[in-house]
Design a protein around this ligand. Structure first.
Ligand code: MF3
Ligand code: CO
Length: 290
């Protein structure tokens, strides 16, 4: 990390002197580090310009999901969802972030019932009454990344699935309440995990959230099974996703070895996920995508 003098210009591009911009904050972060906590590096703290870029990307990301809201239903194929995400993202000047990411072949992930995440859209997969499906869209705009996913109940779904979808959303909302400077990622994880468990559910361990903004997946890895007071310190300017995968049964999962992507629950019970991109602000949080 570049060592700045008090009167040097701040690294964040605000034009202000370091001493009246990020200096006090970084001293405070350093004190937490001395106490043995995991703290963000300077490059995990977004500058005002970067935050604005991520906000713009997020607008497209949200607009795409808003269109999915209108067209999704029984009889729709996941291929049609993929096409809409692709066409709309491109039309608004963006690029779907998953397309060709690590070889992923599509513009969106569509994960139905016992699929935990990374379901690949296909013309052969037709949504039917009673399904629950997660649509996970991510956007690159002007070099900035955003990411969010929503659950959809297709027609009438049974009480068990409906509750899973609702409780998972509550998990994200409870997690958000923990997002503020000088809290820890583990504070958020614990409320999410506690709420899932209180309802008889479990939270996936191996896959979690991530920092985001200049890359699709940045540090830190964001777990939803860790404990209060642990994991990385939250500081203003950090941007990450909250995206717990909540299973109706056990937390165990496996990856389809034919396509190498689709993640299933081991016990075949349903799984739900909601995802938001969130910014840590001076006094709490700002939801960038939802
Ligand atoms: N949107 C997913 C996430 O939250 C994307 C996973 S990468 C993919 O990180 F290639 F599987 F799409
Ligand atoms: Co994500």
């Amino acid at each position: 990390m570049e060592k700045l003098g008090r009167n040097d210009k701040c690294w964040c591009g605000s034009g202000k002197k370091y001493k009246s911009c990020h200096m006090m904050m970084e001293e405070k972060i350093h004190n937490y580090e001395l106490q043995g906590h995991i703290v963000p590096r300077r490059d995990m703290i977004k500058t005002p310009e970067q935050i604005e870029g991520i906000r713009e990307s997020s607008k497209i990301n949200i607009a795409v999901l808003d269109e999915i809201d209108k067209m999704i239903g029984p009889g729709v194929t996941t291929e049609e969802i993929d096409k809409l995400v692709y066409d709309l993202t491109i039309k608004m000047g963006g690029i779907p972030a998953t397309l060709n990411y690590d070889g992923y072949p599509k513009s969106v992930c569509t994960s139905i019932n016992d699929v935990v995440c990374h379901g690949i859209p296909s013309p052969d997969v037709v949504l039917k009454e009673g399904d629950i499906v997660n649509v996970d869209a991510s956007t690159i705009y002007n070099g900035y990344f955003s990411d969010s996913s929503r659950m959809y109940c297709i027609g009438k779904v049974d009480e068990e699935k409906e509750k899973l979808v609702r409780v998972t959303k509550e998990c994200v909302e409870l997690g958000l309440e923990q997002v503020k400077p000088w809290n820890f990622l583990g504070d958020m994880a614990q409320v999410i995990n506690d709420h899932a468990k209180a309802n008889g559910y479990s939270v996936v361990v191996e896959i979690g959230g991530h920092g985001i903004g200049l890359e699709f997946h940045e540090e830190p890895f964001v777990s939803y099974v860790t404990r209060k007071g642990t994991e990385m310190l939250m500081v203003p300017g950090m941007v990450f996703t909250i995206e717990p995968m909540v299973n109706a049964g056990t937390a165990d999962i496996y990856i389809d070895d034919e396509d190498g992507w689709t993640v299933y629950t081991q016990d075949g019970k349903p799984s739900a996920q909601w995802e938001v991109t969130v910014l840590v602000t001076e006094d709490g949080y700002e939801i960038l995508t939802y």
